[in-house]
Design a protein around this ligand. Structure first.
Ligand SMILES: [Zn+2]
Ligand SMILES: [Zn+2]
Ligand SMILES: [Zn+2]
Length: 369
């Protein structure tokens, strides 16, 4: 890992302009807990990947844009309100449950692919009164006769999962397998774990290609590459599978003088995702040891011998690491906790065993201000 990156403190989460939030990559939000990759949202929890204007929502991923009261919803957004257990419903869907691919409608239940409709159940039209009476019966029935999915692990041991009213669609109805979706990026699992937990797994089709160029043969500089390279079947330098560079890609790389990739697009995607922390929060304490690089060294490891050994050294960051043993960075500014170690605790996606120096927001801001 980058040496400089490891010598400097990092804020316990990535984000700015927030109040009362936990998670990572949070911007301009308040009262957002267990939230990842969100902007301008408030009063939300267990949410991922939300654009601006999301309010009062829970268990919701993708996309936001002036929505409120969304619960257990995926890819629903753009002026939606009071949507539950829905998938890919937008824009302006209202008061609907268990729907997929419906648009600009309200009061739908269990519908697929409807547009500009009201009071439909399983795509059938009802009056408002019929709809309301039936909804009551259906929810009661779903509680009394739940859908039961039987899950088998790799040892063929079976267990049942019951889905009553209030649960999202079972994963066995998902059009995507776990390993084909972004779930595998956010929560990496083995094939065995995926199957044992009742999700789908689909092995990719094995396809054979006759490779015509090794990635190492691609010129270092794009100016030395000819358009003919777009005809080549290239062997990825990392996974050794075949990939191609399309003409428009080639033109783009040429225009901006970007070197041609020696890895296939899947390996490049994996490289981009790898530096992100997994979406999991750990309880940790601020690692700020107190004092500054001009103050007398602190001894938060209780070792007074290290104190005397550094008095003659210049007060730079690395001497701090040596003198305190624990505090690996010497502050450049005074912090609210003075010479004592910072007492703040927080939730962070940086696992305790990671190498980065993790500071609470207050200590981090004191250093970068
Ligand atoms: Zn590859
Ligand atoms: Zn702190
Ligand atoms: Zn501090």
């Amino acid at each position: 890992m980058n040496e400089l990156y490891l010598q400097l403190p990092h804020k316990c989460y990535r984000g700015t302009h927030n109040a009362r939030v936990t998670g990572d990559y949070i911007y301009g939000s308040k009262n957002a807990y267990d939230a990842y990759e969100i902007g301008s949202s408030e009063d939300v929890r267990y949410v991922v990947n939300l654009g601006p204007g999301t309010k009062d929502s829970y268990d919701y991923s993708n996309w936001g844009e002036n929505v409120e009261l969304l619960y257990e919803a995926i890819s629903c957004g753009d002026e939606c309100r009071n949507i539950k257990f829905c998938f890919d419903c937008w824009p302006a869907m209202r008061e609907s449950e268990y729907c997929a691919n419906c648009h600009s409608s309200s009061n739908l239940f269990g519908c697929v692919g409807l547009r500009n409709k009201q009071y439909c159940i399983l795509n059938k039209q009802y009056t408002k009164e019929e709809y309301e009476a039936l909804m009551e019966k259906i929810k009661k029935h779903m509680d009394e006769m739940p859908y039961i999915a039987q899950i088998r692990n790799s040892k063929h041991e079976a267990r049942n999962i019951e889905y009553r009213y209030g649960e999202f669609f079972p994963p066995e109805l998902s059009p995507l397998a776990y390993n084909e979706s972004k779930a595998i990026d956010y929560y990496p699992k083995s094939k065995e774990e995926v199957i044992a937990e009742g999700y789908l797994w689909r092995d990719p089709n094995q396809r054979e290609f006759e490779v015509t160029l090794d990635a190492e043969q691609i010129p270092d500089h794009v100016r030395d590459a000819e358009e003919g390279i777009t005809k080549e079947i290239i062997r990825c330098a990392s996974c050794k599978k075949a990939y191609r560079i399309l003409l428009r890609e080639f033109q783009f790389y040429k225009k901006f003088e970007i070197p041609l990739p020696r890895k296939c697009h899947l390996c490049r995607y994996a490289d981009r995702v790898a530096p992100r922390n997994p979406f999991h929060l750990y309880e940790r304490k601020c690692e700020c040891g107190g004092g500054t690089n001009n103050s007398q060294p602190t001894t938060n490891n209780g070792d007074s011998s290290s104190k005397s050994s550094v008095v003659s050294r210049p007060p730079d960051r690395m001497t701090s690491a040596i003198r305190t043993g624990k505090s690996r960075y010497a502050n450049t500014a005074a912090h609210f906790h003075g010479e004592e170690p910072c007492p703040n605790e927080f939730k962070t996606t940086f696992a305790p065993e990671r190498q980065e120096i993790i500071y609470c927001e207050q200590c981090y801001q004191a250093e970068v201000a």
